[in-house]
Design a protein around this ligand. Structure first.
Ligand code: AMP
Length: 423
């Protein structure tokens, strides 16, 4: 058998898993201040949820989905992103019926069959937020601010991040613009790569996203949607920028920011970091998707949101020197002088745990010396030594691992003394 995790996946070992939990807790705390509630949707959906929502011609749907037929003959897909599922669930459970609105957030694994590289996995972890039922440009700014504050709260310095924004227009102004770009691609077909030429027929705006330097040069001369927006889209975009200005959130307008999903309308945004990430430098991004609910047969419902990637955020944190890894496993270690004292140790360990102290002990008959080593490895602040003489006197020895001071403490007082030491 092949005993390695599949290509593009990674085991989250304790240090990294702890960082993931820290990121989730930070999101819970921060997003709650903005009125967001948690939601969990299935990890797989009917394939149409993604083909309809994200768009057949996108890279995600055309190349990257993990799709299979289940035993009942249904086409099922492991979710490549969270928005489509949250919008499907919002419609299914009528969360925004009768003019209601909903603010929801989620965290979990996503699956895309991509070519793995640093910061690009086939199973990766995202935290995302979706605001449904709200059309006002103020909510666009609020969502962007929440994302920036989240990264700052984790410890990524503001100056390490670049916030890019753009507008994708809507059904009034985008179709004509798409045609214009398709025409532009055909006019410059010899200077553009094969993929971009294909995009003229399927998804012309994606040509802005081509990584090929030659294509980038050509596309930098293409007409900008910014100059072709309908009045409503122009007013919406201006209002979003003005709200960001009011909140002193600096941003860069990037007309080539198109993002890889068809459902976006109007505002799109992305947060990039240079240090530590290489070419996969987007740590989070999102946008507005006012037509997505209709794709699922629901009523016209405005919405917008973002998703941020755990792996890339962790790389950005490491590059910024933020240590969220490495955390003591045990506050207190109970060591025994000889194995025969197991019963007393067992009772003491349980008493300390019941008192709320993270306590560990030896289960492998280690020597006293190696018990101390183990205590160090686990990050214990104190070691309680249980020996036959002390025990006979109803006492134990407490060793402060920082100052190395030792003192004999009556058994009945040890939990309180340890709590005092741990603060
Ligand atoms: P997207 O859903 O494509 O807008 O991506 C949102 C965020 O998810 C990105 O900014 C990344 O941080 C993360 N992300 C997307 N795709 C991957 C991937 N294949 N591997 C790791 N992280 C990813």
């Amino acid at each position: 058998m092949n005993a390695r995790a599949p290509k593009g996946t990674a085991d989250m070992l304790p240090d990294v898993a702890r960082a993931w939990e820290h990121m989730q807790r930070t999101a819970q705390r921060l997003f709650a201040r903005y009125g967001y509630e948690p939601v969990y949707t299935p990890i797989f959906e009917h394939t149409e949820v993604f083909t309809r929502g994200i768009g057949e011609a996108t890279d995600i749907v055309s190349k990257e989905m993990y799709t299979f037929e289940d035993k009942g003959g249904r086409s099922i897909t492991l979710r490549p992103e969270g928005t489509a599922s949250v919008v499907r669930a919002t419609l299914e459970h009528n969360l925004v019926a009768n003019g209601q609105s909903a603010k929801l957030y989620y965290a979990g694994p996503m699956f895309r069959y991509e070519r793995p590289q640093k910061g690009r996995m086939r199973q990766f972890w995202q935290i995302g937020a979706e605001a449904l039922g709200m059309a006002e440009p103020g909510i666009d700014a609020e969502v962007i601010v929440m994302l920036m504050r989240y990264f700052e709260e984790l410890g990524i310095p503001r100056q390490n991040m670049r916030l890019l924004i753009n507008t994708m227009g809507d059904e009034n102004c985008r179709p004509a613009y798409r045609d214009k770009i398709a025409g532009f691609i055909r006019e410059h077909s010899t200077a553009l790569c094969e993929e971009c030429n294909r995009r003229a027929e399927t998804n012309p705006l994606r040509a802005f996203d081509c990584k090929n330097p030659g294509c980038k040069d050509v596309m930098s001369e293409a007409p900008l949607l910014r100059d072709e927006l309908c009045d409503d889209c122009a007013a919406h975009y201006a209002a979003v920028k003005s709200s960001l200005d009011d909140l002193a959130i600096s941003y860069i307008e990037d007309p080539s920011l198109v993002r890889g999903l068809d459902y976006y309308t109007r505002t799109v945004f992305e947060v990039q970091v240079d240090a530590g990430l290489g070419s996969q430098n987007a740590i989070g991004g999102g946008g507005r998707y006012d037509r997505l609910m209709e794709q699922y047969g629901g009523p016209a419902t405005p919405g917008l949101g973002f998703a941020l990637g755990f792996e890339r955020t962790l790389l950005a944190l490491e590059a910024a020197g933020v240590a969220i890894l490495g955390h003591p496993v045990a506050e207190v270690y109970v060591a025994r002088v000889d194995a025969a004292l197991g019963g007393a140790v067992f009772a003491l360990v349980q008493e300390l745990r019941d008192a709320g102290i993270a306590t560990e002990t030896d289960y492998q008959g280690r020597s006293l010396k190696s018990q101390f080593k183990q205590a160090d490895r686990l990050g214990a602040r104190a070691v309680v030594i249980v020996g036959p003489d002390e025990l006979a006197a109803g006492e134990v020895t407490m060793r402060d691992m920082t100052t190395k001071d030792e003192s004999r403490i009556p058994l009945g007082e040890i939990a309180a003394r340890l709590k005092q030491l741990l603060g």
